[in-house]
Design a protein around this ligand. Structure first.
Ligand code: RB5
Length: 148
């Protein structure tokens, strides 16, 4: 069965969310969209928080957050225990953060990358499995840091 993907953005990321939503629909993913829904100014921590709550409550498997740079969203998302958010700007990072870090949120910067690259990164992020093995030990260490 296809993953359930939760997606969120701020005003800076709204326009890049549209081609990503189109890709997800075309590929048959179930999608939870936590907003925002326009280019009117909002605060990215609110949308990172909404998205992370959907993942940590088990209502989605994986998430995509978009703001101007991807950085603010990744900072906000990584405040949530159990969330491993990666701000990526290229396909190699998008693939490797799944394979090695078991990242569960991809953060994208709409003012940094174009729609074609973003969709390729989303495709890789959603279709790359965590490698486990020695990487599991390190992800467990991240989980321990969450408890401090
Ligand atoms: C909004 O102008 C911008 O600060 C935000 O989208 C993001 O880039 C923050 O990290």
């Amino acid at each position: 069965m296809k993953k359930t993907v939760v997606i969120g953005c701020d005003h800076g990321g709204y326009e890049l969310k549209l081609p990503i939503l189109a890709y997800l629909a075309e590929e048959g993913y179930r999608v939870v969209d936590v907003g925002c829904d326009s280019t009117d100014s909002v605060n990215y921590p609110d949308y990172a928080d909404k998205l992370c709550n959907v993942i940590t409550s088990g209502k989605a498997d994986i998430g995509i957050l978009i703001c101007g740079t991807g950085i603010g969203m990744s900072m906000a998302a990584n405040k949530h225990p159990g969330i491993r958010a990666a701000c990526c700007e290229n396909t190699y990072s998008a693939r490797m953060t799944r394979a090695h870090n078991d990242a569960n949120v991809l953060c994208l910067g709409a003012r940094v990358i174009g729609a074609g690259l973003a969709v390729d990164m989303v495709e890789l992020f959603l279709n790359t499995d965590f490698l486990g093995g020695r990487h599991s030990t390190r992800v467990e260490m991240l989980n321990e840091l969450d408890k401090r």
